[in-house]
Design a protein around this ligand. Structure first.
Ligand code: TYD
Ligand code: MG
Length: 456
């Protein structure tokens, strides 16, 4: 074995013999990190390994002859998790869960280990057994077969896993595990990559699924190169605002299912509670109509969800007016303000604008635009929006209200929750099939129609 010093781009994984300020492959700046890697020397490599005489029995399989006997998935009691994975864990698969520190990744997986009814090996390189026990007592121990190992040496972890033969191995976290084969520090790119590859090999050979936890760096990607996301079968992201109780488990990649599914949780004193009916929690409890607040019908994952949006438009005291948004893209907020200014003649130039999504959730569905525009107008003009009406529609640059997908599902959810009127794009009205619901459906064509229809 030969040790060699290389520089690796932490963004794309490109290797270079010398340090570079800008990566020549992905064009990112300041991403090169020094690493020591050991390689088999050239004499250890056999050059003629691919010669035909030595590999006569090597044959591919005809696709029609492949038997589908590995469709079995391990069901998980936590239904939100079960659904997010696309219907349970696939034996032999490797799943990565990323998220900010303190968001609840360890809690999510320890809870899974404690509430399941099959043998699980939970490996922690971060906490002591006593710390884990304390946390487990808060969550409640139901599984009589939950084994804890506090170890950072990958070889010892794999030996324990082979001896125990559990139905699931959890690694908390990949950044603390080290492979003795590699000299670089824990959490470095080559360590993370080496350990993940070994864990994947273990999963494939033993048919035991492995779930690994990965911390997210400041840029929001899982620390270590993107390569990690390529190695694993499934990438889940656990997100939310630490100051709020709601958490979302999203699928970023799934080799065994759709990436549309997601799970919603609330962090409570006894662990994470599954939230099966998000709408009811994300709406404010009062029936009183207040200015600056309006309700949006969004679809996150595959589920319709009603979210209260809140805007505060106030006179700017200091020179430059402030714009601030939580749970919503700031650039999109600027766009909506510009459209309201140009199309509806409303001026926000002298005002601070603050925007907030209830529950600290991050909303990605653009159908929330119409509700945000209403909340902004409502706060600017100090006219409350009736709390029995809700909105769904995307706003284009010309001020037109654009049609959104799965409109029937959205309307049905709004009606189920007792809303009396829903504002949608007029282009959504054509061919709309909703069965005798107790909700009035009003179509709007342009953003300025809000002024005459809602705020007159
Ligand atoms: P943790 O799972 O340690 O986060 P991560 O592994 O992503 O870094 O979650 C930590 C937070 O969750 C911590 O601030 C305490 C809180 N928490 C609860 O509110 N209730 C609970 O039952 C548990 C176990 C943790
Ligand atoms: Mg943790």
């Amino acid at each position: 074995m030969k040790a060699k010093k290389v520089f690796i781009c932490s963004n794309c994984g490109h290797k270079n013999s010398k340090w570079e300020g800008k990566c020549s492959v992905c064009s990112e700046w300041n991403t090169f990190i020094e690493e020591i890697i050991t390689k088999p020397s050239s004499t250890e490599k056999k050059r003629s390994d691919w010669h035909l005489e030595k590999n006569k029995d090597l044959l591919p399989v005809l696709i029609q002859n492949v038997e589908q006997n590995n469709l079995y998935r391990i069901p998980i009691k936590d239904l939100e998790f079960h659904r997010t994975l696309g219907g349970g864990l696939v034996p032999g698969s490797i799943t990565l869960i990323g998220g900010d520190p303190g968001i609840g990744k360890s809690t999510l997986l320890l809870q899974l280990a404690l509430k399941s009814n099959f043998p699980i090996l939970y490996v922690s390189g971060e906490e002591s057994v006593e710390q884990i026990k304390m946390r487990a007592d808060r969550i409640g121990i139901e599984n009589q077969d939950c084994h804890i190992l506090t170890e950072t040496n990958l070889n010892k972890v794999l030996i324990t896993a082979q001896k125990l033969k559990p139905n699931l191995v959890v690694i908390d976290s990949i950044q603390t595990i080290i492979s003795p084969l590699i000299e670089s520090a824990p959490g470095s790119i080559s360590q993370v990559r080496e350990c993940t590859t070994d864990l994947q090999q273990f999963a494939k050979e033993s048919n035991i699924p492995v779930v690994i936890i990965g911390h997210i760096n400041k840029e929001g990607s899982i620390a270590g190169p993107k390569i990690l996301e390529h190695i694993v079968d499934t990438v889940l992201q656990f997100e939310g605002d630490r100051n709020h109780i709601y958490r979302i488990l999203r699928t970023k990649k799934n080799r065994f299912g759709s990436t549309d599914e997601m799970g919603i949780y609330a962090m409570e004193s006894t662990g994470l509670r599954q939230v099966q009916n998000p709408s009811e929690l994300l709406l404010s409890q009062s029936d009183e109509s207040l200015s600056g607040s309006s309700v949006a019908v969004t679809i996150e994952g595959l589920r319709p969800m009603l979210i209260e949006t809140q805007a505060l438009v106030s006179q700017a005291i200091y020179g430059t007016p402030q714009r601030s948004a939580t749970g919503f893209d700031l650039r999109r907020l600027s766009m909506l303000l510009a459209v309201l200014e140009k199309r509806a003649g409303l001026f926000f130039g002298q005002n601070d604008v603050f925007l907030n999504m209830a529950g600290g959730l991050k909303v990605t569905d653009t159908a929330i635009d119409l509700a945000i525009a209403s909340a902004l107008i409502s706060s600017l003009q100090n006219i409350p929006v009736n709390s029995k009406i809700c909105f769904t529609g995307e706003i284009g640059l010309t001020g037109e209200i654009r049609a959104v997908n799965r409109i029937e599902q959205r309307i049905e959810e709004a009606s189920r929750l007792g809303f009396e009127e829903i504002f949608v794009s007029k282009y959504n009205l054509k061919g709309l099939k909703v069965k005798d619901l107790n909700i009035r459906i009003t179509g709007l064509g342009k953003v300025e129609d809000l002024l005459s229809e809602v705020f007159s």
